[in-house]
Design a binder for this molecule. Structure first.
Ligand code: FES
Length: 212
């Protein structure tokens, strides 16, 4: 359930509670008036009863009217599905990378070798233009998942194929203006100011990752 949907639902519940409380108070008055005034107040009682009935019918009518609008604010299933990409990673061997599309952007998934991991970890943060620990960029050491877009001007760096140029730090190389990224996707050399972005993702099991 999205936040606006939740907020509107809560507001609707409060409206109902408010109307219920008002109705209860008015109904209490009606009963009390009945006890005290009996026949002489029949007209007033009828008016109060009509008042309660009108409020109740109005509340039900409002809810019926609002429900389709509230429901329409909840993203449809197909829209939600577009926001995530489920990827089978069971066929990716150590040292290999694949590219998938998530929200129209390329996402790099690399199964890192032990050497890749060691290189990524054995770097002094003071040597990095955008200091970030490798452990803060991965959920499992052997899997690196990145938005495959150079943070300089948005080219797609090379390095996904085994035969591609991977730059001076064995990660990715952006040929547009010569940015070099390391085996953690961090910028090491060239004009790009930031590390490649890590998208939101989670492992559904050992063979499947959900991006988004
Ligand atoms: S866009 Fe990658 S270095 Fe300029």
């Amino acid at each position: 359930m999205t936040t606006p949907y939740l907020v509107l639902t809560v507001i609707l519940i409060f409206i109902f509670l408010f109307i219920y409380m008002v109705s209860t108070v008015v109904w209490g008055k009606v009963v009390s008036a009945n006890d005290k005034k009996a026949e002489s107040n029949k007209e007033e009682t009828r008016r109060d009863f009509l008042h309660v009935s009108t409020i109740t019918i109005g509340a039900i009518g409002s809810a019926t009217f609002m429900w389709p609008f509230i429901k329409s604010m909840n993203p449809a299933e197909d829209t939600l599905a577009l926001g995530t990409t489920e990827v089978d990673i069971s066929n990716i061997d150590e040292g290999q990378s694949i590219t998938v599309t998530w929200r129209g952007k390329p996402v790099f998934i690399r199964k890192r070798s032990k050497e890749d991991i060691a290189e990524a970890k054995n770097v002094k943060l003071s040597n990095l233009p955008d200091p970030e620990q490798d452990s803060d960029r991965v959920k499992k050491e052997d899997w690196l998942i990145l938005v495959g877009v150079c943070t300089h001007l948005g080219c797609v760096p090379s390095g996904q194929k085994v035969s591609d140029k991977k730059g001076d730090f064995n990660g990715w190389y952006c040929p547009c203006h010569g940015s070099h990224y390391d085996t953690s996707g961090r910028i090491r050399k060239g004009p790009a100011p930031d590390n490649m972005e890590v998208p939101p993702y989670k492992f559904l099991n050992d063979n499947t990752v959900l991006i988004g």
